[in-house]
Design a protein around this ligand. Sequence first.
Ligand SMILES: *Cc1c(COP(=O)(O)O)cnc(C)c1O
Length: 245
Amino acid sequence: MATESSPDDSLSDRLLRLEDAIAAACRAASRARSQVTLMAVSKTHPVEAMMAVRSLGPTLFGENRVQEFAAKAAQLSPTQRSALRVHLIGHLQSNKAARAAELFDGIDSLDSLPLAQRLQAAAAAQGKILSVLLEIKLSDEPTKTGLVPGSQALDALLEQLPDLSHLRVDGLMTIAPLGRNQAETRNCFRALRQLRDQLQVAHPRLELRELSMGMSSDFPLAIAEGATRIRVGTALFGARTAPQP
Ligand SMILES: *Cc1c(COP(=O)(O)O)cnc(C)c1O
């Protein structure tokens, strides 16, 4: 893909190339560049790298672990922290909900009603409104988390969400299965958009505007299928060296 990075690239070179590829994908899909937000996935990278990216323009960041971002947040001044919007994109255990509600501006991996209730209670106690996306599981990969379309768990959550006043549901998120061909990956992104369209009709009190889908290797396909938020780590920050637990 056009966004392969080599180790001696500078961050600004990688961002320029990434922006070119995003713009090309938007043009090919007859979409405006402004309809797609770049989320910089900063997991495993230090706060210095986050602030360097921030200085080049992007404001939205994705982190996948509560503890990791807690350590980073402690290194950010209040001014630096308020210059960033940081969302959790990894699985959240209920017992960390209160901490996550405190640390993050949004939770893009909401996957159960009990977790939503925990986040609601924590956000209410903290006097904040949390943006949330529902993580949807569209593949049969056993290790994946996420809500299954048509499941009782998804229905129960959608029923309750309008009454959870400290959660603002902004849309859906999915992670495409690894190692599939382009057609299969694109089908997965299309399925998320179609599910959003169906759920929006069935739940008119919600505003499911956002579709968070596509990563370094497949974001052009996601943009073609209507992604409003792409989550890019490697193509922006370079390869992750720390192991992913
Ligand atoms: C790590 C991660 C990404 C970014 O992956 P890259 O391939 O490095 O772009 C996107 N979404 C989620 C949920 C992730 O955990």
